[in-house]
Ligand binder design. Structure first.
Ligand SMILES: Cc1cc2nc3c(=O)[nH]c(=O)nc-3n(C[C@H](O)[C@H](O)[C@H](O)COP(=O)(O)OP(=O)(O)OC[C@H]3O[C@@H](n4cnc5c(N)ncnc54)[C@H](O)[C@@H]3O)c2cc1C
Length: 497
């Protein structure tokens, strides 16, 4: 049964049965995924509770060494975000406690210690990766309430109803709820009343965010075969700059050119997915800034049919359909699965699993191992280009990403093996990897959110097929994409045991 507070605030979920204890030291916001100090529903909730209890607020942002697919690439992006948060927190005068695990400072039991001093713990309600488990683990041991707050989308996930079989089924639900959710956006510039800003001494050595990052990263036992991406900087400030550039220079050709494979510099895609993934920018900020490009936009304008819902601009509508409907369908899917993404048989719709099983022992044109895929050593030059882009830049153009996945299905020994390989490569190299949309994007290549397609083919059965030849023909032999990828630095993709 939801509590009265959960009913009143559809984004709030009490994870344990413990009560808040206003006699303790501070309200703790444990920032796990929405790593920013504005447009953050969990932060807004934590501020409100701190004011209610007359207590300071502490924002704790941690980074451990042992998260799945930890590497210099992911670590650097997150640390750049923490550096930006430290600057912002200093300007705001709030208690921001960053902690980065090192071999000499493992921080064992640190969070539990912080929770014992807290009136209550507020955290992000993120439906996948290690987050649900971590939250649950703290909730079991914390002496006070642990409250998870959903900052995932414009519309609270709890409003979106039961699981859907296709994005087309979720779209109308989002549209129906949009006007109700829009006025309840998180604060663009949260107010931190004086009581929340009372200084609290951290009971541990906080991470020094001013130190040179290269030297610090060199000191950590991380996978160095996945290096940082030159020219791509994490953090809220970098995200805001990228969004402005997208709106100024790219949005006006989004609807017509988004599918054409190109470099991130020349193509119209926003490149925002890593920032959305790490919470360096909020989807509400992205949507609001996008709608503000439409002259005189107001809520009264929403309500067009289907994909024309948000405005009279085809580009704005196309972008928001990706950023809202398609992004949300992945979050919503995970929300209803309690992080169970391991077994392909349970993850796929019955028709897709059945048709893939029927064709599981079909003869393949080629069968590659994870190592061969990873090294970009297939017979297909176009596939190898996409893999090279992923390894070198942490990104694959969206159209190429679909083809990339379809071919892994075609050239793996079984669909289950294809799923394993895609999850591994996507989450190891992609800066937006380990996101709800990592698993659902991959599962889409295997039939999720799709329908059967004729004709029935070897290996794919009735799962939608894509071919490198067609891609090449459709996009003028991919001349521009080829030039771009061939100009990227060669990074030897190697598998560490
Ligand atoms: C095999 C495969 C793996 C994928 N893995 C990931 C992943 O790890 N992380 C991830 O965020 N997305 C993933 N996607 C979805 C999509 O490829 C990316 O979201 C998109 O390419 C990100 O680039 P962008 O930010 O420039 O997108 P834009 O075109 O600028 O779109 C804006 C935002 O809308 C959302 N979006 C756009 N396209 C999709 C889509 N097809 N599905 C869901 N949301 C979308 C993203 O949040 C994106 O940042 C995957 C798709 C496939 C086919």
């Amino acid at each position: 049964m939801p509590t009265a507070e959960e009913v009143a605030n559809p984004r709030v979920r009490f994870v344990n049965r413990a009560k808040p204890d206003p006699t303790r030291q501070y309200v703790l916001y444990w920032m796990q995924m929405y790593r920013r100090l504005e447009r953050n529903h969990a932060l807004d909730y934590a501020i409100a509770r701190a004011v209610e209890f007359g207590k300071p607020l502490v924002v704790y942002e941690g980074l451990r060494l042992d998260y799945p697919w930890a590497s210099v690439r992911h670590h650097r992006f997150i640390l750049e975000g923490m550096r930006a948060n430290a600057r912002r927190a200093k300007a705001l005068g709030i208690n921001y406690w960053p902690f980065v695990q090192t071999p000499t400072e493992p921080g064992t039991g640190l969070l539990r210690r912080l929770a014992r001093l807290a009136c209550l713990v507020v955290t992000d309600d993120y439906p996948t990766f290690i987050v649900p488990r971590q939250t649950q683990a703290l909730a079991l041991r914390a002496p006070v309430a642990v409250v998870a707050v959903d900052s995932n989308g414009v519309v609270p996930l709890s409003w979106l109803g039961p699981p859907v079989a296709a994005a087309a089924h979720l779209r109308p639900r989002i549209h129906r709820a949009f006007a109700r959710a829009w006025p309840k956006r998180a604060a663009a510039e949260p107010d931190f009343p004086a009581v929340t800003r009372q200084a609290v001494e951290p009971p541990f050595a906080v991470w020094d965010a001013t130190q040179p990052l290269d030297r610090f990263l060199d000191s950590l036992p991380l996978d160095r075969s996945v290096p940082a991406v030159p020219g791509v900087e994490g953090g809220a400030e970098a995200a805001a700059r990228l969004l402005q550039r997208f709106l100024r220079e790219k949005l006006h050709r989004y609807a017509t050119e988004r599918n054409t494979p190109d470099s991130p510099a020349d193509g119209p895609a926003s490149g925002l997915s890593p920032y959305l993934h790490y919470g360096h920018i909020s989807i509400e900020a992205v949507v609001e800034a996008t709608l503000n490009t439409v002259n005189g936009w107001s809520l009264a304008q929403v309500g067009g049919s289907g994909r024309d819902f948000y405005s009279d601009s085809a580009d704005v509508n196309a972008f928001l359909d990706e950023a809202i409907t398609w992004r949300d369908v992945g979050y919503h899917w995970h929300w209803h699965r309690a992080a169970d993404v391991e077994a392909l048989e349970r993850a796929l719709p019955a028709w897709a699993w059945a048709t893939l099983q029927k064709h599981a022992s079909d003869r393949r044109e080629a069968v590659y191992s994870l190592e061969q895929f990873e090294a970009g050593q297939t017979h297909d030059e176009i596939w190898n280009l996409a893999q090279r882009e992923l390894v070198a830049t942490g990104r694959i153009h969206n159209y190429m990403r679909m083809l990339w996945g379809k071919k892994i299905l075609e050239w793996s020994a079984t669909p289950t093996e294809a799923y394993r390989i895609m999850v591994e490569l996507n989450n190891k190299y992609a800066l937006d990897g380990r996101d709800p949309n990592s698993w659902t994007g991959i599962l889409w290549t295997l039939g999720l959110f799709d329908r059967p397609w004729a004709p029935e083919r070897p290996v794919f059965g009735t799962v939608r097929y894509m071919s490198s030849d067609n891609t090449s023909r459709k996009f003028k032999k991919l001349v521009k994409y080829r030039q771009y990828v061939q100009g990227l630095p060669e990074i030897a993709a190697v598998r560490r045991g």
